[in-house]
Ligand binder design. Sequence first.
Ligand SMILES: [Zn+2]
Length: 324
Amino acid sequence: MKRHLRLLATVIATTQILAACSSVDVTEPTSTSAPTTSTPAPAVPTTSPSTTTTTTTTTTTTLPPLDITTDIATQRMLEDLEVLLENGPREGGTDAEKSAASYIRRTLADLGLAVQSEQVPLPEDATSENLWVTFGDGPVQVLIGAHYDTVRTSPGADDNGSGVIGLLELARRLDRDPIAGLTVTVVFFGAEERTFGMTPEDHHYGSRLRGATLENANQLPDWMISLDMVGGTHPLTGVSLTGTDQSAVDVIVTAGESIGLEVERLERGEISDHATFAKLGVPSVFVWRPGNPGYHTEEDAAVDGATLVENLKLIEAALKILGE
Ligand SMILES: [Zn+2]
């Protein structure tokens, strides 16, 4: 809480400095979905059913301008990252992972957003959690996800603090300016990493549960984007699951062209949460900056702040294309 107050003070101070720009009042959420009962994903231990709850707050927060060309967005993302890193590695099912979930929930709720969540059963009676918020009511459904857990041995600044802080900032922006034609669901997945040393299937728990739940409800999205490891300096890369639909990668590459950014293409195996949705037939892309030498080690302790806004620009350009 002390941290939160300090951040709020920073935000207020920044607002005052930039008084010439218009500030934005963020008030009530525009829509909420009814709570639903979820069913566990295949291959996920099913010791107890997971349920979805809705949390609504009426907090009113004044944000500084969200002009993406300023340093404000970067500063806010780096402050989010600092909080995520406070408790060390966020392995699925641990208290540190739950602290990260709490921070994400609080940050979204403080915007006045309706945060939905579901418990994710893990091996050995552990649990993780998925959290999500939805923006807009357009006919095209887009799910954008980032996992907030880490492997046991890494603080996970890049993998995947970088994706989480990008999605938190995206949520702030979509809350102010939903994109025409779209319903965008921003999901924070738990327990993506392989944590228990068992089989190759022992990972992607959060996204597998969400994918199975949406499939069972006949509510799979039209498109899926996974933002994972985008805190480095390597050019942005659109990755498809090997042998699956390329159209989401096409959108990311075209989005890059629209903002003067060359986006590389790759096909890889099941290395991020997009794989879950690709296997369910949803055009899916993993947005990545490969080549982090500290991957899955204690060296993954910082991100390159200069590239964070570029990530946001690419995602927003892609969303605009999907909404057309
Ligand atoms: Zn990752």
